[in-house]
Design a binder for this molecule. Structure first.
Ligand code: ZN
Length: 57
């Protein structure tokens, strides 16, 4: 199963048991839970780019 590599943004491989993500392009390797955390952080960072910083918060 294909997954997006959070490090080089090329195609990484997700094991059939959905427990391990590995990228053959940049040798990125992690377990799936950590992969989801990384992608979640990336999504938050991406979203924050579209939100103007508000003062007084
Ligand atoms: Zn990679």
């Amino acid at each position: 199963m294909d997954a997006k590599c959070p490090q080089c943004e090329r195609v990484a491989t997700l094991d059939n048991d959905m427990k391990h993500v590995k990228c053959s392009h940049c040798n990125f390797e992690t377990d799936y839970e950590n992969y989801l955390e990384i992608m979640k952080d990336k999504a938050i960072n991406m979203a924050s780019d579209y939100v103007p910083k508000r003062s007084g918060l």
